[in-house]
Design a protein around this ligand. Structure first.
Ligand code: ATP
Ligand code: MG
Length: 506
């Protein structure tokens, strides 16, 4: 390093001052055209003397520089890893597991020189940097769990549409209890998808896949999403639909997701009024009700409800397989639900939700996996009894697992299995009682129904008489459409005869 003394400082100061003075004159008195020419010649001269080219990668790209460049991140990762040996100023980061507690990388504004086969940088070197960068970031990657922010917080300094935390769910496919065959099928499907970049391009499909996970509560739907993320090393975007105001917000959220990710909408049946039947029912209700007749409290409640999400079924369908959904690729979309029958068929047809996976009550095979995981036991004399009981009654893997958890130092394997057997027996007894009760209720209902039918059949005969006399004649006389006549003819007749209006219009 060169030391600069006091005298030299003075000289340097006057040199800078003269330069500034000359530059000001140049700016002021040289016409713009001349200045431009002079600058371009200087550039040419520089290029002649200086043999290097400069390639700039911007950190942010896209419209208004909103999107972080993937190439930039890969290069950064590559340089960080390969240059930390040479650089003098280093930056340290923590990564989740303890085997690699510290990741060292180059500090801001630190410069280093990298060598690669002495080749032209635009050729294989850049590709090498990008590929290596990607590979290193996969290796060091911490999975992230994102959740969408309300759009009120989308703008302003450092605001984002998604917030994230480090994803640390320990679930894996090894710990997930389900039939081996089914599990292997899912794993195969996932592997095929994650390696299918060329295949999807070849068949002309966007590189994404939809999974519908359905089954009763506590059968492992959410656990499976976590296992998928851990298996594929993908981030999770947990999309809370009720916080999304409308379809265009939904689209913007989608654009902001990165590749190698699972986008999950949990309990899709509860998130929105997307179910076929409910939509029909609502229409019916609206038709029935006169606006003015609604009581004010209810009106207000409905207004509040409407203020929430305006995402529509078609908006969601577009989110899944519209043109925007192909941006980026390598995304898995997962819906979970407890009531698959309630969903609109358009939402879950193949092609949108490519794979439907039912997660059901605990089978003996699933129980054995849980026993192995929780207690390290492959076989036990109580297994036969458990097998029998599991066939006779329904218990979710969550409940079975709860019984297999060692809760105190006094508990051992035998106690756990005995507890499970007790719980299964209780469940069986309760299910039996419930079935009896249901059968009794059904019987009562049927009795009631047949009694009502008796009453009705007497009633309708009167109405039919009325129809015969009133309506048909009217039709003939006036030549008016039957519908219109019914309204006038029947209702009036009914009133005269004292029969209920409902009965009459049947
Ligand atoms: N198949 C399974 N294998 C292993 N553990 C399971 C399984 N199913 C459930 N569990 C256990 O039960 C708990 C609840 O499961 P999970 O949250 O995945 O259920 P879910 O199907 O998502 O329920 P919900 O419909 O209420 O969201 C988990 O913490 C997990 O430990
Ligand atoms: Mg769940």
């Amino acid at each position: 390093m060169v030391m600069i003394g006091g005298e030299m400082w003075a000289q340097l100061g006057s040199l800078i001052a003269s330069f500034m003075f000359l530059y000001a004159i140049f700016e002021q008195y040289f016409p713009y055209e001349l200045r431009r020419r002079l600058q371009s010649y200087t550039q040419k001269l520089m290029n002649f003397i200086y043999p290097y080219i400069q390639i700039t990668f911007h950190e942010f790209t896209g419209e208004r520089y909103m999107k972080r460049s993937e190439a930039f991140m890969n290069i950064q990762t590559y340089l960080s890893k390969n240059s930390s040996v040479k650089a003098k100023r280093l930056k340290a980061d923590f990564v989740k597991d303890r085997q690699t507690p510290l990741v060292l990388s180059m500090d801001e504004n630190e410069e280093i020189t990298d060598e690669f086969k002495g080749e032209l940088v635009t050729g294989s070197y850049l590709n090498h940097v990008l590929d290596q960068g990607k590979a290193i970031s996969v290796e060091n990657r911490q999975l992230k769990l994102y959740t969408n922010n309300s759009s009120d917080n989308w703008y302003g300094y450092k605001s984002t549409k998604w917030s994230h935390v480090v994803f640390e769910h320990p679930a894996t496919f090894e710990t997930l209890a389900m039939e081996r065959k089914k599990k292997e099928e899912i794993l195969d499907d996932l592997v095929k998808f994650s390696k299918g970049k060329e295949y999807y391009a070849k068949i002309g499909k966007a590189w994404k896949r939809g999974y519908l996970l359905y089954g009763p509560p506590g059968t492992g739907k959410s656990t499976m999403v976590a296992a998928m993320a851990n298996f594929l090393n993908y981030d999770i975007y947990d999309l809370e639909l009720t916080a999304v105001k409308d379809n265009s917000e939904l689209r913007r959220l989608l654009i902001e997701t990165s590749g190698k990710s699972i986008i999950v909408i949990e309990d899709i049946d509860c998130s929105l009024d997307l179910t076929g039947q409910r939509a029909a029912k609502k229409k019916e209700k609206d038709e029935d009700e006169d606006e003015g007749a609604k009581d004010p409290v209810r009106k207000k409640a409905e207004k509040e409800e409407n203020k929430g999400s305006k995402v529509t079924l078609s908006g969601l369908l577009n989110f899944i397989d519209g043109l925007w959904s192909a941006c980026g690729g390598e995304r898995i979309i997962v819906f979970t639900t407890n009531f698959v029958d309630k969903l609109d068929p358009a939402l879950i047809r193949r092609g949108r939700m490519d794979k439907h996976i039912e997660l059901s009550y605990c089978s003996f095979e699933a129980f054995k996996e849980l026993a192995k995981n929780y207690l390290d036991v492959d076989s036990h004399h109580l297994f036969d009894r458990i097998d029998e009981l599991l066939k006779e009654t329904n218990m979710t893997p969550a409940d079975v697992a709860e019984n297999l958890l060692l809760k105190s130092v006094n508990e051992d394997v035998d106690v756990c299995f005995e507890n499970l057997i007790k719980a299964l027996e209780v469940a069986k007894e309760e299910a039996g009682k419930k079935a009896e009760e249901e059968a009794r209720l059904k019987e009562e209902k049927e009795k009631e129904k047949s009694a009502q039918q008796d009453v009705k059949s007497n009633g309708t005969s009167v109405v039919e008489d009325v129809k015969e006399n009133g309506v048909k004649e009217n039709v003939k006389d006036n030549g008016v459409k039957e519908n219109g006549v019914k309204e006038n003819g029947v209702k009036e007749n009914v009133k005269e005869n004292g029969v209920k209006e409902n009965g009459a219009t049947h």
